[in-house]
Ligand binder design. Structure first.
Ligand code: ATP
Length: 496
């Protein structure tokens, strides 16, 4: 039975099993930054490839793009990021600690719920808060800075996670610009040399809209997908890969008609398709994902509808993906600022208009974390001697498991076992990620592969020399079957 394990368990397993290492470890770890190890990068790459296959390769109405991280500074002025891409910051003057105001309020509301044994409904909590703070929803992000401040001063007198009993001395809530910048060229004190590091990949797509329209045969409705790094100077990064300052996103801008009903239909279709993908392609446990429509006072000013896919992380529900109906906000602004025509000329109706946009956007790093949390299991089973044992098993779906098949020569010193194992390695590695392992007893090798989530292990023994067969063991059922070496490729082709 799968259950949610603590984040500490996952962090320690991820390091021990070569998935994720603390950043620049040898110089002292910078808290909340991580590097992907050999299995981690393979897992992330497999998730990315699966996404690319579903969203680009298998979709005639989609194309891919890879725009630069450092874009023209005007892009970020036009998109509104220079003026508005900020988080509400509040400090404690006593300790110098800094907090993202809306997030500590969200956590406090969750605590209120827990203190009341989950008995309070959202409406009950809103009623209490309305009387005290004049707020009308449980989305602190949408509250004024004054209301956030008032709430924090009264409800969170001590810093979250602080063991100190001394109450905090709060500053006002203020804006904190989240974009990183660097300089291009040799003269750093020239304001014109300042250049932003992209906080999202989406704008790279909007500025290439005209290029794609003019040089390809794509016609509305069509979409452009991009996967790449994004940078945000988060006030409080944390929860392992959940919130980091450097991370990867996959974003799609899907350009549709400017007619509201047609655009809304495309938005609804995306929502349905998205549910199906999280549950049936990535195979996340259905009870750990939920789909949430944004309230009207939660919507960004440019959005006519937003839908979040949330995963239940150990600390609670958190966003995995957002799907936003962004109207023609971005293309219209880029048209005005650049003077370049962003209109689409419909070849069938002759209409000219700026297309509306549906934007599915998800975090590749956050998805990798969700997949690891969902896959990790500690299972009690009865071994061959009838004794109870516990094994760690990462139940990654075959498509994203970092290693698909491990190959073991039963006896390390048996020339035939070793030779045939290498032959099978050469045969399978053309199409699958395989691993050769000759270290220790077979049981130990199985445990090692279970821990990294390898779905199948092949053991080469005397039967392999005598009758050309191997034993194939299934990670989840632990059952073994005998398969002809000549049929291995076909056996795994069917599974993948
Ligand atoms: P949050 O409210 O958690 O800060 P957001 O609404 O700002 O997220 P978006 O701007 O919609 O996030 O970004 C799209 C996706 O990028 C998110 O759904 C999430 O998966 C991912 N993402 C955003 N910020 C981070 C981060 N700091 N670290 C890792 N992934 C992130």
């Amino acid at each position: 039975m799968l259950r949610m394990h603590s984040l500490e368990t996952i962090v320690s397993w991820a390091k021990r099993k070569w998935f994720v290492y603390p950043w620049s470890d040898i110089y002292g770890w910078l808290a909340n930054a991580w590097d992907y190890g050999p299995y981690g990068i393979q897992l992330k790459k497999n998730i990315q490839d699966l996404r690319w296959k579903t969203f680009v390769q298998q979709k005639p109405d989609m194309v891919g793009l890879d725009a630069q991280i450092l874009m023209h500074p005007k892009v970020w002025e036009t998109s509104g990021h220079v003026d508005n891409f900020d988080d509400p910051l509040i400090d404690d003057k006593n300790t110098g600690e800094r907090f993202r105001a809306d997030k500590i309020i969200e956590d406090q509301i969750e605590l209120m719920r827990k203190w009341n044994n989950e008995a309070l409904s959202d409406d009950d909590i809103i009623k209490t808060l309305q009387e005290k703070y004049w707020v009308t929803n449980l989305i602190p992000e949408s509250w004024s800075f004054e209301k956030m401040h008032d709430f924090i001063v009264k409800e969170i007198p001590n810093n979250p996670n602080s063991k100190k009993s001394k109450p905090a001395d709060r500053t006002e809530v203020r804006k904190f610009q989240m974009m990183f910048y660097t300089y291009q060229g040799v003269v750093h004190d020239d304001a014109d040399a300042k250049i932003w590091m992209r906080p999202e990949t989406a704008q790279g797509i909007f500025v290439n809209f005209r290029n794609i329209l003019d040089t390809t045969r794509m016609r509305v409705p069509f979409g452009i997908a991009q996967i790449g790094k994004a940078f945000r100077n988060e006030i409080t990064p944390g929860n392992f890969l959940y919130r980091t300052r450097e991370f990867e996103q996959m974003e799609i801008e899907y350009f549709v008609s400017n007619k509201k009903d047609e655009a809304m239909k495309a938005f609804e279709d995306r929502k349905v398709a998205s549910k199906d993908r999280w549950e049936n392609k990535l195979k996340l446990s259905a009870d750990k994902i939920r789909f949430r429509e944004h309230e009207s006072d939660e919507l960004s000013h440019y959005s006519d509808g937003t839908f979040d896919v949330e995963f239940e992380y150990p600390r609670g529900w958190g966003e995995l993906q957002g799907i936003a109906y962004r109207t023609d906000f971005d293309l219209k602004n880029h048209q005005e600022a650049s003077g370049k025509n962003m209109q689409y000329n419909d070849p069938f109706t002759g209409e000219r208009y700026i297309p509306h946009v549906i934007e599915p956007s998800f975090g590749l790093s956050r998805t990798t974390l969700a997949v690891m949390l969902d896959a990790y299991d500690e299972e009690e089973y009865t071994n061959g001697k009838g004794e109870k044992e516990t094994r760690v098993v990462a139940r990654f779906p075959f498509a994203i498991a970092p290693v698909k098949v491990a190959i073991f020569p039963l006896i390390k010193k048996d020339e035939n076992h070793v030779r045939i194992s290498h032959e099978i390695y050469a045969q399978l590695s053309g199409s699958l990620m395989v691993e050769y392992d000759d270290g220790g007893a077979i049981g130990k090798r199985y445990r090692r592969q279970d821990e990294i989530g390898t779905p199948y292990c092949i053991t080469v023994d005397n039967a392999s020399t005598e009758s050309g067969t191997v034993t194939v063991r299934n990670r989840d059922t632990m059952e073994q079957e005998t398969i002809k070496i000549d049929e291995l490729l076909e056996f795994f082709a069917k599974i993948s």
